[in-house]
Design a protein around this ligand. Sequence first.
Ligand code: ATP
Ligand code: MG
Length: 234
Amino acid sequence: MREGLFVTGTDTGVGKTTVALALIDGLKEAGLRVAGMKPIATGCVRTAEGLKNADGLALLERSSVPLPYASVNPYAFEPPVAPHLAATTVDTEISLGAVSDVYRELLQQVDCVVVEGIGGWRVPLNHQAFVSTLVRYLGLPALLVVGVRLGCINHALLTVEAIERDEVKMLGWVANQVDVDYRYVEATVTSLERFIEAPLLGRIPYLRPGEENTVPSLLGEVVRTVLERQTVRL
Ligand SMILES: Nc1ncnc2c1ncn2[C@@H]1O[C@H](COP(=O)(O)OP(=O)(O)OP(=O)(O)O)[C@@H](O)[C@H]1O
Ligand SMILES: [Mg+2]
């Protein structure tokens, strides 16, 4: 049985794309056909073929099959603001059904779709729905990327609490050191491991330029977890 997974984070800029891209590589290495998806993006740039987003383009480029941009990023907005506000500027309402249709079509073409969220778990998409609502609607398990820096314990624990309350399966979490100057990485990760029931599936140190290609080898546990679920569901 084919299944995707949803990469969420403790905030914007915590490493969701970094993890999603490396995970696509890891899953491809394990023999799966994989597509990336960024259903909703804001802060997009105008191109001759319409609005595009760096995350969408990177996910598209890593995907196993050639895809039209709109299949990877169906909702692309220009203002760099929360999606429900960006949508309002162009009189659009984000439809979960429309995202789901695109997602299901992608899943016909590959074994696994790695879906990247926007911002964190409770970011509004319209006046009724949040990112969390979309994850439930798509029926996806979630992988949480914790951007390890000051304040992340609160963000991580509140996010885990919300994921559990929303009854979404949490595959585990990845600790990603985004702040080179943060001196309490070990203590913070140990602390989070005590508080979070779901497993710590990967640790990414602060990456110097050019070190992004080391990330897939750090996500072996995530790849194994995804493969196990796919096998069980076969
Ligand atoms: N471990 C790391 N070490 C150094 N830089 C990192 C690390 N992880 C991510 N970054 C950098 O931090 C920035 C944000 O990372 P990334 O784009 O993966 O976050 P995101 O959660 O996907 O952000 P967005 O909310 O915009 O989608 C990028 O410039 C990325 O290269
Ligand atoms: Mg991103």
